[in-house]
Design a protein around this ligand. Structure first.
Ligand SMILES: Cc1cc2nc3c(=O)[nH]c(=O)nc-3n(C[C@H](O)[C@H](O)[C@H](O)COP(=O)(O)O)c2cc1C
Length: 166
């Protein structure tokens, strides 16, 4: 295990590149019950005088139930060689299988939550806000097309408490 702790400002890629190009694995849960889920929607920034990460999780995701119960979650960015693992974690549900085993990834427990040992960067977040998108707040009619089943995302805002680099 060879992680160094760094500052979020030391990650050389923008949030758009990290989420949009690398994609993320959201990790949640503890040593007994945990899961990872691929996410390409999310951001990093400043809010309430804190460094924060924001992720968007639909309510039917197995990950949603686990993040809801826990105080911490992780956002993990891996290198291109793990693209197939990320695809698997974006297609299969932790309701049906252990995605760490299925994708040959390794859980790494940190701050009472679960990260991914193969990550280039792991961001450990303390959950500080949860809210649900509401269609009456959408100002662009085009957004509704993402929700034919009205499964509006939940917005989880996490205070960034630790950033690990491989
Ligand atoms: C590239 C990619 C990006 C995704 N981004 C998100 C996302 O930001 N939010 C979300 O709720 N689901 C997203 N998904 C879908 C979930 O990863 C997928 O439904 C997954 O199977 C859920 O796993 P779980 O049920 O174990 O939580 C994405 C899938 C892929 C392939």
């Amino acid at each position: 295990m060879s992680f160094n702790e760094i500052n979020i400002k030391d990650i050389p890629e923008s949030a758009i590149e990290l989420f949009g190009k690398r994609w993320a694995l959201i990790g949640a849960g503890d040593e007994k019950k945990h899961n990872i889920m691929t996410a390409s929607w999310g951001t990093l920034g400043r809010l309430w005088n804190k460094d924060v990460a924001v992720v968007f999780v639909r309510p039917q995701r197995h990950t949603f139930g686990i993040i809801e119960q826990e105080d911490f979650f992780t956002i993990n960015f891996l290198d291109e060689e793990y693209r197939n693992a990320l695809k698997l974690c974006g297609e299969k549900s932790g309701k049906d299988l252990d995605k760490f085993s299925a994708s040959s990834l390794t859980p790494y427990y940190v701050e009472s939550t679960t990260a991914v040992e193969e990550s280039k960067y792991s961001i450990v977040c303390k959950k500080i806000s949860k809210s649900k998108m509401s269609p009456c707040d959408f100002l662009d009619d085009a957004i509704e097309c993402f929700y034919p089943n009205e499964d509006y995302h939940y917005i989880f805002i996490g205070e960034i408490i630790k950033v690990l680099e491989k």
